[in-house]
Design a protein around this ligand. Sequence first.
Ligand code: ADP
Length: 477
Amino acid sequence: MTIYQNLIAGEWIGSDATKNINPSDTNEVVGLYADGSAEDTKNAIAAAKAAFPSWSRSGIWERHVILKKAGDEIMARKDELGALLAREEGKTLPEAIGETIRASQIFEFFAGEVLRLAGETIPSVRPNIGVEITRDPLGVIGIITPWNFPIAIPAWKIAPALCYGNTIVFKPAELVPACSWAIVDILHRAGLPKGVLNLVMGKGSVVGQAMLDSPDVAGITFTGSTGTGKRVAAASLEHNRKFQLEMGGKNPMVVLDDADLNVAVEAAANSGFFSTGQRCTASSRLIVTEGIHDKFVAALTAKLETLIVDNAMKSGTHIGPVVDEKQLKTDTDYIEIGKKEGAKLAFGGEVLKRDTPGFYLQPTLFTEATNQMRISREEIFGPVVSVIRVKDYEEALATANDTPFGLSSGIATTSLKHATHFKRNAEAGMVMVNLPTAGVDFHVPFGGRKGSSYGPREQGKYAAEFYTSVKTSYTLA
Ligand code: ADP
């Protein structure tokens, strides 16, 4: 089998490889992907550092052409790349194609954005002096990504980093190297000068750690677990380096008595269970007022009965497998914890067997949960959702905000008053009214507060806040 290698200083290198396994069919090896070392990472950082002076001063048209070519190729290959994504991560083929389209759109957006780079000219408070405010690229950016969006998250970090003139060392999650390799191959062939984008696949504890320990990495953008996020933060402070963290969520969706029942059930089913609940914006707490509680639970349970859990590549599958055995164990452990804590298992909870051997889990709904239970406080990252019954809107809002996280927060209501109040008072970076808490646009800011995120927002023009450093110049005229 071919080994898909790391890209360091414009050369494909590496002979040690790890198997990439399909979670829908563990007999299938998606490919062999290089297992980079700390030495490889150091070489990649050195290459990115060497490429920076020239790339940071490259013309915006050169950057536009490369970003646009990459966006166009990803779109032209959306079915093939979507299938690769579905096979390595386990989300359904339509979800995976959707994510691939989104990655293309992100490159197209930044291909446009690079042509609009601008600064400000401002009069000084002193006579005969002009003030200019411009943005410089940071330097070498370390990109560390998780497994749950194998093409979109790399795209939303790589595209702005290149757009604003940075060079990159990119380390994807161990479980999903294939989509990352494909994007890097596309950008390399699109004409990026050598060393501008380096790919080092390998272990977090080796490759990731080598990035954290390097004084030559000027910024790290990280999406992953809270534990690793804290390591990124501590190591970055040590080097006085800029960093941006996107970590967990325990996103609430409030359902009020006056909600449109269909809208509420569709939004809850989508954001709780689609993509196998493996989205940091998934709703894992459904906070439901008394008057609609029983009707809502009955309708959501009826909806869950219709959802097909099967091989991600099979047409008709609504929910693919859990990503791997370790995550499946986490999910089933939390299901046991929920039962022991006294929540009522209203639906699911069983590991399933399908035609192909994989990590299949029923969508699982707990009712009679409290907001203090571990299943309501800790991120599970699987298709496991708890329903918390509350008296009224005020209690619902207080419960929604009573969490260490603050990524996305949703409400289903037909009341303009409550929707408006909720948008103002939800302690989250993103608020959804009558929509799933997951599923966001590619051209507007993404991020949260409290334990979910740290640093500037990602995506859209707000990405400049992280990928550039502001400079103020004074000139005596
Ligand atoms: P998850 O539990 O979702 O896998 P992780 O935080 O472990 O979340 O992984 C997110 C990314 O962080 C992955 O690319 C992983 O390899 C990387 N990573 C893990 N440990 C470290 C570390 N010590 N230093 C840097 N990166 C790491």
